[in-house]
Ligand binder design. Structure first.
Ligand SMILES: Nc1ncnc2c1ncn2[C@@H]1O[C@H](COP(=O)(O)OP(=O)(O)OP(=O)(O)O)[C@@H](O)[C@H]1O
Ligand SMILES: [Mg+2]
Length: 334
């Protein structure tokens, strides 16, 4: 069987959790004549990872900026950390951290100085600020670079410092706007692990991404944003089931078993040389069980089985009629 992606660390804990960390109903925002967000509804349970996926200009950053109190919505019932965004923005600010799409790191300061500056902005006491900075430098593998100017940091180091700065205030909800854009695969994986660890520690993550794989790997739930509307929302598996093209591939140990199965199953894609059959399927548990029961009842032995669900690129194409803008060159992280 093909290996399933690692389930998000948070999924088990997500079930039955209390008040949602983020709730938006009818979120709207326009700039002049341009409607950027056209009535967005979303709910993010506490302790989970929510991924807002969309191509360039879809409105991801605008959503993050509104939910993190940086700009005001035109309309919508918006609650973050149990507080109404328009009535209690300070309470919201106290509960959240934001790592923006473009770095908030000051290039002229060292990594440590950047962290201390954040600690001062958060009014941490003298001793606590040093302690917190040291702790975060260690946690993000920046100890050796701590006293070097941030201008000398690699993209991955800068992104880690950026997130470390967000964590100075111990936020319970973190907004990450394209946390891995521009990073190499290794730095991306290391950022994914940091995000998983944060959620395992009880934090809620709202992230935006253009990378379907990233949403698939990390998120408990994914929403697809296109032209200011959510065109789909669900678990990665649910989204993949929205589009046709999935199948179950069966491999048989002998030609006899293979022929028996082909007769039994009828309308399937055959590969006589490899002794494999592809059975159209939504990839769900029910259809898988039904298929295995059918083979079992006919005493046909299956050698190997793999479930092929369509990937999120297929979902995007099916729902928006376009390929997502995954590989576009974006502005480098500064
Ligand atoms: N301050 C602003 N004034 C006018 N238009 C704006 C402003 N901010 C954003 N927009 C427009 O709103 C739309 C959505 O922008 P936004 O930055 O939210 O997209 P995004 O999904 O984050 O894109 P990207 O993937 O490129 O970061 C774009 O068409 C953008 O030009
Ligand atoms: Mg953006």
């Amino acid at each position: 069987m093909t290996t399933a992606p690692t389930p998000p660390a948070s999924r088990a804990r997500a079930a039955g959790s209390a008040a949602p960390a983020i709730r938006a109903a009818g979120l709207r925002k326009s700039y002049g004549d341009q409607t950027v967000l056209d009535g967005i509804d979303l709910v993010v349970p506490a302790g989970t990872i929510f991924a807002l996926l969309g191509p360039n200009g879809a409105g991801k950053t605008t959503t993050v900026q509104i939910l993190s109190t940086l700009i005001r919505a035109d309309d919508g019932d918006l609650r973050v950390a149990g507080h109404d965004l328009s009535r209690e923005p300070d309470a919201v600010r106290g509960a959240i951290g934001v790592t923006g799409q473009f770095s908030a790191v000051d290039n002229l300061l060292t990594g440590e100085e950047n962290l201390l500056l954040m600690a001062d902005l958060r009014h941490l006491g003298r001793r606590v600020r040093r302690q917190r900075a040291a702790e975060l430098l260690a946690r993000f593998d920046l100890e050796d670079a701590a006293t070097k100017p941030a201008a000398t940091y690699s993209g991955g180091m800068r992104r880690r410092l950026d997130l470390a700065m967000t964590l100075v205030g111990n936020p319970e909800i973190i907004f990450l706007d394209e946390p891995t854009t521009g990073l190499d695969p290794r730095s991306r994986r290391s950022m994914w692990q940091i995000i998983r660890d944060l959620v395992a520690g009880g934090v809620t993550i709202f992230l935006t991404t253009q990378y379907l794989e990233e949403a698939d790997q990390l998120a408990d739930r994914i929403a697809l944003l296109d032209h200011g509307k959510l065109v789909a929302e669900g678990t990665p598996a649910e989204l993949k089931r929205l589009v046709p093209g999935g199948h179950i591939q069966l491999h048989f140990p002998t030609a006899i078993e293979y022929a028996a199965a082909a007769r039994l199953l009828g309308d399937v894609v055959r590969d006589d040389d490899a002794l494999t059959l592809q059975v159209p399927s939504d990839g769900g548990v029910h259809s898988l069980r039904a298929l295995l029961d059918q083979l079992d009842n006919a005493s046909v032995e299956v050698g190997e089985l793999s479930v092929h669900t369509p990937d999120l690129d297929d979902v995007f194409l099916a729902l928006t009629g376009r390929e997502p803008a995954t590989d576009q060159v974006k502005e480098p992280i500064r």
